[in-house]
Ligand binder design. Structure first.
Ligand code: ADP
Ligand code: ZN
Length: 563
């Protein structure tokens, strides 16, 4: 199917240009589309931002009839439906938010097909829940199928979204519609999860795509690492003003007048960063704000302004992803998965792009409150911190290691077009990330044994007094700031034999514990994070239990001794 002399090749290239206004295929797109046109069952693994959607959209508009796209991600559904409508393709979506009257209309249109009055729906996007719960959807699809107009079904899964739980009920598709081809597209699939996928979707055994004559499911994969993405971590000054200046400087030096996205931690951050960057640059950096709280019409407007170049730097929370073709700026992310996914939005045109993580140890304290409630949140956050603090490991190697552990993805999947190789394999270094480019001599090291020892003494004291401190509190405390005060948790008896209240303050006698440390604020924060990562200090999470009379903000990180 990869050969360009495949019977459909001319036709698909024509449509690629005419309908999608693109010139050439990427990665394994052409093979997948050829196989889809040949009505084969397909499994396709491509990185985020690799161009998976074209592999089902193009066949969908070329064939006759209806194509059903099943995706668990509403944002993805939204993005794609909007983008398709913009290029004049008839498509609809049906989610939990679709009103009954809209649904009625969609069902009628599906059944009717093309009429004198309206065009045929070519793509219908639905969530897996809709397929498993809506009898009406299934019975409508049955009618469409009887009329010979059910084209294909596509099941998409994103990184972090396993095929297993969401997709269990999709097994009925092959049973109900044995002759309708199924195409499964995903960014994560390993030799371990492939059998599950085949079983759930009731697909036949894998065959390779080299011959069009074989039977079974055709498998395609592309390397997960995109060599046009340059990963780097830059340190963010602790002072908010200097942080903006550092970011602004970097943008203007490296990407003057180019487009970028800055992912921020909260809506409020997105707003502040947008405003301050604009001010700092005297309007040269044309910022826009995009997050879940922005009204739909305003989102619309930002899209238009972004495309017209009137806005070139979008400050967003993760919700932003609509129709973005270029992005070259990065900020802070909660987990390596999030980082990989968000950066997938950069350089979609194949051009070199920077994926920058502006990082500061102190962010960890805020991030940890964001991960509260997420069971693996804390270890995911630690992985992110480890990544950020690492000055030696190639970023691609770090991703490969992380994903081979968390998503059981073979490390070699990052290079080799064979995500199925069962060996854990290895991956080569990328040669273009900050750590690959850094000379070992440029790394400044400092012996902080004494400082660490002092920190441990102080932390131990705080713990023995039943105190709780956040990373920021502890940083102040060890540097002799904040009057040496820390808050205690209520209960138990204090020094004077008095029952203590939540948030009551206790003082640390620094001189008795070896004296304060003289590192800068930034260095102290970095050292504290380092001690957490090494396991000398542990962070734990406290929420509502201390919401009365709290001294320490409830969901913040408390740092204490592990032993
Ligand atoms: P994925 O679903 O794999 O994360 P998408 O399908 O959303 O990625 O595609 C990412 C971007 O790449 C889109 O902006 C799309 O327009 C663009 N794209 C896809 N295929 C091509 C191609 N052959 N040439 C140029 N751009 C492409
Ligand atoms: Zn590298």
């Amino acid at each position: 199917y990869q050969k360009s002399d495949f019977p459909f090749s001319d036709q698909i290239v024509q449509n690629l240009k005419k309908i999608f206004h693109l010139n050439t295929f990427r990665l394994c797109q052409e093979g997948v589309i050829n196989a889809a046109m040949d009505r084969r069952d397909i499994v396709c693994v491509m990185p985020t931002g690799g161009g998976k959607s074209l592999t089902y959209q193009l066949p969908a508009v070329m064939g006759n009839g209806l194509t059903v796209v099943i995706s668990p991600l509403l944002a993805l559904i939204w993005d794609q439906v909007r983008a398709l409508k913009e290029i004049g393709i008839e498509c609809v979506m049906m989610t939990g938010a679709t009103s009954t009257s809209e649904q009625n209309e969609i069902y009628e249109r599906m059944k009717a097909g093309a009429t004198r009055y309206q065009k045929e729906i070519r793509l219908c996007y639905v969530t897996p829940e809709k397929v498993s719960k809506s009898k009406r959807l299934i019975s409508t699809l049955e009618k469409v199928n009887e009329a010979g107009r059910l084209n294909e079904a596509h099941c998409c899964s994103q990184l972090g979204h396993d095929f297993r739980p969401d997709y269990k009920k999709l097994s009925m598709l092959k049973t109900l519609f044995p002759r309708v081809p199924i195409q499964a597209v995903t960014a994560t699939l390993s030799s371990k999860t492939l059998p599950d996928l085949l079983k759930i979707l009731r697909l036949g055994p894998i065959t390779d795509g080299s011959s069009a004559k074989t039977t079974g499911t055709v498998f395609f994969s592309a390397p997960l690492f995109r060599p046009n993405l340059h990963y780097k971590v830059l340190s963010k000054p602790s002072n908010a003003k200097s942080a903006i200046a550092a970011m602004g400087d970097w943008i203007q030096k490296n990407h003057q007048d180019q487009s970028g996205i800055i992912y921020c931690l909260s809506k409020k951050d997105a707003e502040t960063v947008a405003e301050e960057l604009r001010e700092w640059s005297g309007g040269n950096i044309k910022t826009g704000i995009y997050h879940a709280g922005v009204e739909d019409y305003e989102k619309e407007r930002i899209h238009v302004r972004w495309r017209e170049g009137k806005v070139n730097c979008i400050c967003a929370t993760i919700a932003f992803g609509l129709g973005i073709d270029k992005g070259d700026v990065r900020y802070m992310s909660k987990s390596l998965e999030g980082y990989y996914q968000e950066t997938g939005r950069a350089g979609r045109d194949g051009q070199d792009s920077d994926c920058v993580l502006f990082y500061r140890g102190q962010d960890a304290a805020r991030l940890s409150s964001l991960t509260y409630g997420d069971v693996d949140g804390s270890s995911k956050l630690q992985e992110m911190l480890r990544f950020a603090q690492d000055l030696k490991t190639c970023r691609k190697v770090a991703f490969a290691k992380y994903f081979s552990a968390s998503a059981h993805l073979s490390a070699s999947a990052w290079d080799a077009p064979d995500a199925l190789s069962s060996s854990t394999g290895t991956t080569s270094t990328c040669g273009i990330c900050d750590n690959c480019m850094r000379s070992p001599e440029s790394i400044i090291t400092k012996d902080v044994t004494v400082e660490s020892w002092k920190i441990m003494k102080i932390a131990q004291f705080v713990q023995s007094e039943g105190g709780r401190v956040t990373l920021a509190n502890l940083s102040d405390l060890v540097r002799g700031l904040g009057g040496g005060l820390f808050g205690v948790v209520g209960g138990g008896e204090g020094k004077k034999g008095k029952r203590r209240l939540n948030g009551e303050k206790e003082r640390v006698d620094l001189e008795a514990l070896g004296g304060k440390i003289t590192l800068s604020k930034d260095d102290t924060e970095a050292l504290l994070i380092h001690l957490v990562l090494l396991g000398y200090l542990a962070d734990s999470y406290h929420a509502t239990a201390y919401s009365v009379n709290v001294y320490i903000i409830a969901s913040d990180t408390a740092v204490r001794l592990t032993r």
